[in-house]
Design a protein around this ligand. Structure first.
Ligand SMILES: [Zn+2]
Length: 241
């Protein structure tokens, strides 16, 4: 019991450092890059990213559990899912998570005309702005597939990943957890999908396991900031070392 209380206390302290300094910005002036983060342990940083949501049920469970653990994550949203649970998108923003674009219709963006690309990417930004305020919404192309035009037209950094447990393949929570915990290195970006309950459960087990070892979970934008890097438009980020 004592150990658990201590761990929760430590997590809470870390969360306060991150969240406390991240005063909710005035509308339209969001920039977590301005944060003066003083996370004590800068060598064990991870960014959990969740694609294809929000899911009305599983994402809500995930947000509750992340809040309990003082964890910030990054969500790459799909337009049709946003329509199902816009209140969860508002909640993500209010709770300090990073929100990104995974296209309106979860389409492969390589080979698209500029008009179709903008419909998929800018179109989703326009759906999200009323929910989260005008802010930078970085791009993760579906399947990680892109071309030169994607980088040219993204108008944001492009976020891929360095750890992929292929959580869509099965519902084996233990396999997914082990895939991640066996591989993680400082600065990794982990790919998960919050539309699967097994992925949500695995993510939480990963958090519980790695927080015990001093790992801290931040958004991709915070990860870049903590590593002294700025997110550049049209540049691809798989991990931030
Ligand atoms: Zn996807």
């Amino acid at each position: 019991m004592g150990r658990v209380v201590k761990r929760v206390g430590a997590c809470l302290a870390a969360a306060l450092v991150v969240a406390g300094l991240m005063a909710w910005p005035p509308e339209g002036e969001y920039s977590s890059v301005d944060l003066q983060l003083t996370v004590p342990e800068k060598e064990k940083l991870l960014a959990l990213t969740f694609d294809d949501g929000p899911h009305p049920e599983h994402t809500a469970v995930l947000l509750d559990a992340l809040a309990q653990r003082g964890v910030k994550a990054t969500f790459f949203l799909v337009g049709c899912q946003v329509e199902l649970a816009p209140e969860l998108v508002e909640r993500m923003a209010a709770e300090g998570h990073q929100i990104g674009i995974h296209t309106l219709d979860h389409v492969q963006v390589n080979g698209l005309s500029q008009r179709d690309f903008e419909r998929q990417v800018e179109g989703l930004r326009r759906v999200l702005y009323p929910l989260v305020g005008e802010r930078e919404l970085w791009l993760r192309p579906p399947y990680g597939i892109m071309d030169d035009n994607t980088l040219r037209w993204a108008d944001s950094p492009v976020v891929l990943w360095s750890v992929d447990p292929e959580d869509w393949k099965d519902t084996d929570v233990r396999r997914i957890v082990r895939h991640i915990t066996d591989r993680v290195r400082d600065g990794d970006i982990v790919l998960l999908h919050d539309i699967y309950p097994s992925s949500v459960e695995a993510a939480l087990q990963v958090v519980d396991c790695l927080q015990e070892q001093g790992w801290q979970f931040v958004t991709v934008e915070q990860l870049l900031h903590l590593k002294g890097r700025a997110g550049e438009n049209g540049r691809v980020y798989r991990a931030v070392r």
